[in-house]
Design a protein around this ligand. Structure first.
Ligand SMILES: [Zn+2]
Length: 293
């Protein structure tokens, strides 16, 4: 069992690493890929990974990247020109840290495009265009680093429901800048069904999380059905999502996404794929090793 996408530097995961890792191992857990998603969380990412690996053996792999929504957070609505100089500085800093730490890394990410958050923030069209441009530039830099260093990518591509602009732009950037030489995971893809074939054609896996356990997760269950077994990865995106059994249990004491919950995600996925949980676990672990190992 593996968790191919989690943010261990975020609380409550950061403070509960000992208990959470022990519970993961007790459920058959083997590997966790934690995602650094902003220069501000890189130190904590390395620290928590080191603590876990020292205590439990070689469990945690590390991905480093700038999450696309980070650019929006630093965005001054009244002075959108700032976004270009600000993002350039941030990217330069990222490339610098990446160069220093690359021997410790198993992947590049979390990176990608997010057209969902920017439409929720009531920005002007001009500001939205600026943000998209900056996100694309950042994603391009990440893809080039992955190619140059022979590392896989952890990709986030989220859009407004019913649209495909974000995934189409993301796939185009991967195709143009990866030259068929990069692979990795499209994590938590919740978009339309047709682009799934393009994700697979480019050689990528898809990361499935707690959303497949939700009553309203039918769209993602359809994506899972369409994804061949040898392209399936599991993840929690912890601490952000939590499985349905925890969600509906008002008395549950641990209410955030953590790696032990992959067990429930895997069991639901096995039902959808009509295969035994053990068999699916073995196949998905092989996929993890092939892509991130
Ligand atoms: Zn994430």
């Amino acid at each position: 069992m593996h968790d191919s996408h989690i943010h261990l530097a975020r609380n409550p995961l950061k403070d509960n690493w000992k208990r959470d890792t022990q519970d993961f191992i007790n459920n058959g857990g083997k590997k966790i890929l934690t995602q650094g998603s902003d220069v501000e969380d890189f130190n904590d990412t390395f620290q928590v990974a080191q603590k876990i690996n020292q205590r439990f053996g070689d469990i945690v792999d590390i991905a480093l990247g700038i999450h696309p929504t980070v650019f929006q957070r630093n965005f001054d609505k009244n002075n959108y020109e700032d976004i270009f100089s600000g993002s350039k500085k941030l990217l330069t800093r990222f490339v610098e840290i990446f160069g220093q730490e690359k021997d410790k890394l198993s992947a590049v990410g979390e990176t990608g495009l997010d057209y969902f958050e920017m439409y929720n923030a009531e920005l002007e069209q001009k500001q939205i265009e600026a943000l998209k441009q900056v996100q694309k530039e950042s994603f391009k830099v990440h893809i080039q680093l992955a190619k140059k260093n022979n590392l896989p990518l952890s990709i986030h591509a989220r859009e407004l429901s019913g649209e495909i602009n974000c995934i189409v732009d993301a796939l185009e950037l991967v195709a143009k800048n990866g030259n068929g030489l990069v692979n990795g995971s499209f994590h938590s893809y919740t978009g339309e069904l047709p682009p799934v074939s393009d994700i697979l054609d480019l050689g990528f896996c898809i990361g499935f999380n707690a959303i497949i356990t939700y009553p309203n997760g039918e769209n993602v269950r359809q994506i899972l059905k369409k994804t061949p077994n040898d392209r399936i990865l599991f993840e929690t995106d912890g601490p952000f999502l939590t499985v349905q059994s925890v969600r509906k249990n008002k008395k549950a004491l641990i209410r955030y996404g953590r790696s032990a919950q992959v067990k429930e995600i895997l069991e639901v996925a096995a039902g959808i794929k009509n295969i035994s949980p053990q068999k699916l676990e073995d196949i998905a672990d092989e996929n993890y090793e092939r892509v991130f190992g």
